[in-house]
Design a protein around this ligand. Sequence first.
Ligand code: CA
Length: 734
Amino acid sequence: MRAILCLIGMTLGMALAAERPNIVFLFSDDHALNAISAYGGPLKDVAPTPNIDRLSKEGAIFTRSYCCNSICGPSRAAVLTGKHSVINGFVDNDQCRFDGTQTTFPKLLQKAGYQTAVVGKWHLVSTPTGFDYWEILNGQGQYYNPQFITASGMKREEGYCTDLIADKAISWLEKGRDKSKPFVLMCQQKAPHRNWAPAPRHLNLFDDVTLPEPANLFDDYANRSETLKKQQMQIARNFSWGNDMKFKGDNLFPAHFTNEGKNNEYERMSDEQKAAWDEAYEPANQAFIEAMKAGKLSDQDVTRWKAQRYLKDYLRCVRAVDENVGRLLDYLEKSGLAKNTVVIYSADQGFYLGEHGWYDKRWMFEESLSMPFLIRWPGVVKPGSRNASLIQNIDYAPTFLEMAGVKVPEEIQGRSLVPVLKAGNDTPAGWRDAIYYFYSGEGTHSVAAHDGIRTDKLKLMHFTGTNEWNLFDLEKDPQELKSVHADPAYAATLEGLKRRYDELKVQYRVNEATVPADKMSVPWWKTRHQQSVQQAAAGGHELVFLGDSITQGWEGPGKPVWDEFYGHRKALNLGFSGDRTEHLLWRLLNGELEKVDPKAFVLMIGTNNTGQRQDDPAKTASGVRCILDLLRDRKPNAKIVLLSVFPRDATPDGRFRKMNDDLNQRIAAFADGGTILHLDVNASFLEKDGMLTKEIMPDFLHPGQEGYRRWAEALEPTLVKLGFPKHEPVPSEK
Ligand code: CA
């Protein structure tokens, strides 16, 4: 009988596995839509991508697919989490380290019985979590003889990166995985990222052609935000002599080339690879040098020469990507996997191929905002579909979850694309009308911080530093050369879009209170943060207090009470004077949370948002919500005691008192009956008529010693309820 039941169980299990599709996610780095022939750009005939194009013939191509933050790490973090950068914490490449303890789609698929693997570029600083198999490049990775990292260490491999990554993907499909389970494989290329080092077999590709150049190669940046002129990503000004333009020796023309080092890829090559490289590049390099010395080239000629060198190298790298997409598709065919495998081709963001005179990405303009998205899903996506729905990288995680029949967690901000995928060329009713974009303005290339929204036909951009608005009518001005924000004909449109922008920021919880921010430039804060990380790492804390100066004050006027109530309870004080919600968020994302595993957190934060900056309490509540989500996701076993923010001002009708009352009403609603307990101890500080006295809070903001005693006593019953042993007063040693 047991054997029969077992057999039935197995058959059911197998049937279920057969229904759930495998997912092969082919992801490149910086691949512009204009460099994929299926998108029909100006390079489609000279540099076709027949293998990537196959996916659109046999499936669908999406023409309005966008990233939420146009740089490598943030886009990848958004793909894994289904959340905007602000919420997943990976806001920029300069400062961030992906918090791998958070919920990601590979983890959820793994739990649901999928095999999960990632090979190739990762670029999230921390090591991958949620994968049965991973083998990743070191940071940005290298094109020639790259270093690969696995759980057992780092090792150099001979060969060309794009080929090696595809080899590894195929090898895992063939020999590495557990074939009784469905799988998701993320095959992530470094190419065609800078510095565009082509494979030996492609070094002479395009030698005999002149590639078409964009009409706005010589953009003057007029009629848009003044910050555009300050960027440093221009073909004319910012290409380096050695690394980008592949010259050897000293920079001979510093007026036209920067000195940012030698071609690092050349340094990695074998003698044979170097010989092939020199044979391909040196004749053209020497011809250019001679023409320059003879004074034959104008400034514009030089820019054009650089654009050709850049574009050809870029497209040569794309060629290897396309060939390897072909190899993978062939393998899926040959192995019989193709019929039940979803294949997606995408890239972390787009790229400028000379448009606006640029290389690189970052801006919310179309070329770098766009992500390629082509998908083949046999039996579901109608072959040959061309879909213009507004989709975004935060949608991938919920899409994969729905494909696998896994419930999409509420916190995920993206939307499953499954209904769009089933709609052929159409946009299903109720689909989104706008996407939100955010760029933090990290140091590289001096691109200013900005955010904005893009609708069907319009784009609104806001430049944080200069508080400028730009508005583009994408139908009339597809190259985005003139902002019409000041044009009276667009006044109503501008107002409407600003409202939609505000709404989306609320929906995605983006405001000053939710964008993680550090104070590492403040010496005491930096030191306290470093000490806190160390203390947290020492472990063993059962109770962790999170907050601002009111919490930090347990080390000041509250010290005797702390010693009495918490001295024996392995408690940790993570209160930092002056902190607002965004600072606490930053600290939690940068080490203070990593090693602690408490029974409970006691959280009180927000009075510096409503006080110092006098933020709208709704925004502050959003910040508190983000902190709660983060704690609940990263430390699912801990309870959170969320305290109402303490009263301020002497009288109940004081301005700050009322702001905090409003905030407290909002955060009280965050109690979830399980993990999050809301506790309001404010009455214990107030007189019957609501007055606050100097005896309790000498500055009407921070408790004095008696205030701390009342806080501890009011908190006590909750701690006991959470399983902390009853408080036994510790006799003071006198
Ligand atoms: Ca990238």
